[in-house]
Design a protein. Structure first.
Length: 276
């Protein structure tokens, strides 16, 4: 089975991506788990993990063969969390300073919400929903890192690394288009907004994918990138900047600063490693 996937690696990745995307579309448009009290579409991520397990079993691959190594789990995740924390402090600080200058008041608020670059996100307070957010983000990063950076990187080993890097980033960008597209079909955003947000999601998600792929290349495992990915999502879900009673009005600025800083840092480390 693995040999069949490797014979046509691009097609194999496309087919796996389509299967995962169909599950994602079905949940976003029909089940709509994020419209329930759970506030998160996580069922298709569970499906993706099961699909990944099935493919690994059929291909006689082990989890460590796609980056989930047994060594360095705690240190890798810990470094990823710390890296995400340092970059986030810079981004949150800049956002708070801008809002303080504009409105003379700013504060941080801690509650669980779904992630969206638009304003379409619910919020829930209480430890139960915070723990749910932690659980859903664990499911999310395991599926996305396992499929996109783990399995796809393995399948694409036969092509150039640069081509593999950008192909995976392209798929990861397309993966995130379902969110603005649903807003448009539901009448909650205009065609212009769909185009702008769609391009924004593809570029941002693609850039983050390249960062996490490079971290996999640098460290030899998925743990560092998984830790950073987890912190990115969880902080965005839990830590909110409030000014004039409006939450996350400059969220897009914060996220761009955050990801540009972390992306530039990882690229710099990767290039320096190549020179050695």
């Amino acid at each position: 089975m693995l040999n069949q996937l490797l014979k046509k690696p691009i097609l194999s990745c496309y087919l796996i991506f389509v299967v995962c995307s169909l599950a994602r579309i079905f949940e976003y448009f029909y089940i709509r788990t994020d419209d329930t009290f759970l506030s998160e579409n996580f069922l298709h991520k569970l499906f993706g993990i099961l699909l990944l397990w099935g493919i690994l079993s059929i291909c006689k691959l082990r989890w460590k063969d796609i980056g989930f190594t047994k060594n360095g789990i705690i240190s890798g995740i810990g470094k990823g969390l710390l890296f995400g924390l340092v970059c986030s402090i810079f981004a949150y600080a800049v956002e708070c300073l801008i809002l303080l200058f504009l409105h003379s008041n700013v504060r941080l608020s801690f509650y669980a919400s779904g992630f969206s670059l638009t304003d379409e996100k619910g919020s829930q307070a209480g430890i139960f929903f915070i723990l749910l957010s932690v659980l859903f983000n664990l499911i999310n990063v395991w599926m996305e890192e396992g499929i996109f950076r783990g399995l796809f990187t393995k399948i694409l080993e036969g092509i150039s690394y640069r081509r593999s890097l950008f192909f995976i980033a392209f798929l990861f960008g397309i993966w995130h288009l379902v969110m603005p597209f649903r807003d448009f079909l539901d009448g909650e955003s205009s065609l212009t907004n769909l185009i702008i947000m769609g391009i924004g999601y593809v570029i941002l998600a693609g850039m983050m994918s390249i960062k996490w792929s490079l971290l996999y290349k640098i460290t030899g495992s998925l743990w560092f990138g998984l830790g950073d990915h987890f912190f990115n999502n969880l902080a965005s879900n839990l830590v909110h900047v409030v000014s004039n009673s409006e939450a996350d009005s400059l969220q897009i600025v914060r996220i761009l600063l955050w990801q540009l800083l972390s992306f530039a840092t990882v690229v710099w480390v990767y290039k320096n490693k190549l020179k050695r």
